[in-house]
Design a protein around this ligand. Structure first.
Ligand SMILES: [Zn+2]
Length: 166
C-alpha cells in the first residue's frame, strides 16, 4: 500500500467526469487500499474520491466514525454510487484535501437514500443523514468534476481561509 498524491485545485483533473467501475478485480482492491491510506494520511480526512488522485473511476471512500454521536455507517467503500432520493436542505461547513487552504459553507440535502456497490460489486442501499449524507454528497461531486467551491452561493460570504487544519 502507498499513499497517493492528491490533486489540488485548480488541477484540470478535478474537473473531469469519472467512469463507472465494471471490473471488480485484484487491481481494484489494491487501488482501494491505496486510496484509503491516502484518505487516512490526510488531516481530518473523512472521505476521498478516486479523481482526487487522478483516477477517473466512480470510487469513493467515506468514514465519518471519528465524529462522535452522529448517525453513520462507519467505513464505506462506495462504487458507482447513486443518490436515489433527497430530502431537506442545510448549510454546513466543508473542507477538502484538494482545496487545502479554504473551507466553505455549502447547501446540501439533509437526508439521502443512496445506492452503491461495495468492493466486491454487491449492491447496497443506505439511508443517510446529516454529516455522513453531506460527506457522501461532497465525494460524489468529485466523480462529476465538481468541488465545493462550485457550490458556494457567495464566495464573499461563504468561503473561509483556513489557518490551521482542524
Ligand atoms: Zn473533496
Amino acid at each position: 500500500m502507498a499513499a497517493l498524491e492528491i490533486l489540488k485545485y485548480p488541477s484540470a483533473g478535478l474537473k473531469e467526469i469519472a467512469l463507472d467501475v465494471n471490473v471488480f478485480d485484484a487491481a481494484l482492491q489494491d487501488f482501494i487500499a491505496d486510496l484509503e491510506e491516502t484518505m487516512r494520511a490526510g488531516p481530518g480526512g473523512v472521505g476521498i474520491a478516486a479523481p482526487q488522485v487522478g483516477c477517473l473511476q466512480r470510487i469513493v471512500i467515506v468514514d465519518v466514525s471519528s465524529k462522535p454521536k452522529i448517525k453513520q455507517h462507519g467505513r464505506l467503500v462506495l462504487i458507482n454510487p447513486e443518490i436515489l432520493e433527497w430530502e431537506g436542505m442545510a448549510k454546513g461547513r466543508e473542507g477538502c484535501m484538494s482545496v487545502p487552504d479554504f473551507t466553505g459553507a455549502v447547501i446540501r440535502a439533509k437526508n439521502i437514500k443512496l445506492q452503491a456497490q461495495d468492493e466486491k460489486g454487491d449492491v447496497h442501499e443506505y439511508d443517510m443523514e446529516g454529516f455522513e449524507a453531506r460527506a457522501v454528497q461532497h465525494e460524489i461531486d468529485h466523480l462529476d468534476g465538481l468541488l465545493f467551491l462550485d457550490r458556494l452561493v457567495s464566495r464573499r460570504n461563504d468561503l473561509f481561509a483556513r489557518k490551521v487544519y482542524e
